[in-house]
Design a protein around this ligand. Sequence first.
Ligand SMILES: Nc1nc2c(c(=O)[nH]1)N[C@@H](CN(C=O)c1ccc(C(=O)N[C@@H](CCC(=O)O)C(=O)O)cc1)CN2
Length: 296
Amino acid sequence: MTAKRIDGKAFAAGVRARVAEEVARLKEGHGIVPGLAVVLVGEDPASQVYVGAKGKQTVEVGMASFEHRLPAETSEAELLALIDRLNHDPAVHGILVQLPLPAHLNADLVINALDPAKDVDGFHISNVGRLGTGQKSMVPCTPLGCLMMLRDHLGSLSGLNAVVVGRSNIVGKPMAQLLLGESCTVTVAHSRTRDLAAVCRGADILVAAVGRPEMITGDFVKPGATVIDVGINRIERDGKTKLVGDVDYASAAEVAGAITPVPGGVGPMTIACLLANTLTACCRANGLPEPQGLTA
Ligand SMILES: Nc1nc2c(c(=O)[nH]1)N[C@@H](CN(C=O)c1ccc(C(=O)N[C@@H](CCC(=O)O)C(=O)O)cc1)CN2
């Protein structure tokens, strides 16, 4: 069997087009322009690229982009003061603090200083609790992107066995909550799980978010399963730097029914869902109906 390749790049383009349509409708009908503020502290090269892409795509869908690039030595007090200003700025509907932060800054403290209604990353403790209890929340972008692709490929997920490999706050845990919300039977596995391959082979849906290059090989995959690879790992191969996922694509694709590639799978959906979340936050702030199909 050769798996269907789920094209996250094309899917993300479709999500952005939907967001752009809704943004145009908001402008024409209500004179409202959704605004996204992105805060970057320091010069992490990958973060600089992601923040640049976020700003560019925000403008492309017709939203206002507010970029704040702060030096690595920015103090916690300075960062919190900026967040407080953004929390109170009516032109800003979404705020994102790019992670990782420099080591001297307490990421939990900083994230929990955001207005939860503007927390378009869905990382604030209030949004985490709301998601876990099935209440309306902001949903983390990467898991939301995975869910959109799964729904598109499978239709109903109800009753399916889902295994999430990885227990991070950013991906693993919220992904598990979203799959539970779809009535999947969910297992969260991790580096200490015994006989990980056997656990994974029970999965109709296998989400790999463990941060280990190509760890999930074909023998971890149930025939016909849907495999979602969240990993983004830069490795050296044949003297070149290469981007690979947590899944060994070649061997997994021989067994799976469908699989996301890296690059071009989940990654592009992360930013598309950030734009979708900003639109959702803007609609909620203005008491307007939320766009269909762009939330969990
Ligand atoms: N505040 C946040 N920080 C971080 C998040 C996040 O969701 N919120 N996620 C990651 C980084 N990230 C967005 O911030 C991100 C990662 C990857 C991609 C992407 O499109 N990847 C491409 C490959 C790009 C490349 O060549 O490097 C792909 O997979 O095709 C977008 C966004 C950590 N920080």
